[in-house]
Design a protein around this ligand. Structure first.
Ligand code: B4P
Length: 185
């Protein structure tokens, strides 16, 4: 059976961390818009030069650019039987575009629930370790505001498809909670 899973949550909720583990367990491709955009910046492509300053400021890249890269990625053979979308959609416009791209685009929406102060601490720790340009305190606060304004309305949009999972605790414990919730869904 095709498994189509969306992973939502505030910045630093652990979407990227958990998505890799879930995708591996379920044998579906892990499709992260954040990773694809960072790769474009690292390559210095046209797309990368358009999005670099937007990402560094903690703002969202435009729906049209992000929808175009997701459209291209979902058209690949490996996404035919399922996928785990990490960090997409992030706006109502992206959610509507996804419905237009794929029939039955969504099976389950996992929302990682982590309090703002916890994500700020996690991202400040990552800033020390990895030096990501969007992990300074000002930008982190901006990303949290953007999440509240633009992305959190998706929880209502997806309604009964949503599974909210506590994202605080050891990575393996969070993964177990997600897998149990998915198995029951
Ligand atoms: P993303 O790459 O999606 O990154 P994120 O929201 O910051 O982080 P994530 O939740 O994946 O956290 P992670 O596992 O890394 O977005 C980055 C930017 O790209 C956006 O701000 C935007 O500009 C742009 N973008 C992406 N998608 C877009 C879209 N659809 N539309 C428009 N723009 C888009 O974990 C964070 C840290 O916590 C790590 O250091 C990790 O090791 C740690 N951690 C994880 N789980 C933990 C746990 N259980 N306990 C303790 N620490 C944990």
């Amino acid at each position: 059976m095709a498994r189509r899973i969306l992973l939502l949550g505030p910045p630093g909720a652990g979407k990227g961390t958990q998505a890799a583990l879930i995708a591996n367990a379920l044998h579906v491709p892990h499709i992260s818009t954040g990773d694809m955009l960072r790769a474009a910046v690292a390559e210095g492509s046209d797309l990368g030069s358009q999005v670099e300053s937007v990402m560094a400021a903690g703002d969202l890249v435009s729906d049209s650019l992000v929808v175009a890269i997701v459209d291209e990625r979902l058209a690949k053979e490996d996404a035919r039987c399922g996928y785990l979308l990490d960090g997409f959609p992030r706006t109502l416009g992206q959610a509507e575009a996804l419905n237009d791209l794929v029939i039955d685009a969504i099976g389950t929406v996992v929302v990682l629930d982590v309090a703002s102060e916890v994500v700020v601490q996690r991202l400040l720790k990552r800033a020390e370790e990895e030096g990501r340009s969007d992990d300074n305190e000002e930008t982190i606060r901006r990303r949290l505001e953007v999440y509240e304004a633009d992305t959190s309305p998706l929880v209502n949009f997806y309604g009964a498809a949503v599974l909210t999972v506590d994202g605080v605790g050891a990575v393996d414990d969070v993964l177990s909670r997600i897998m149990i919730a998915l198995a029951k869904s």
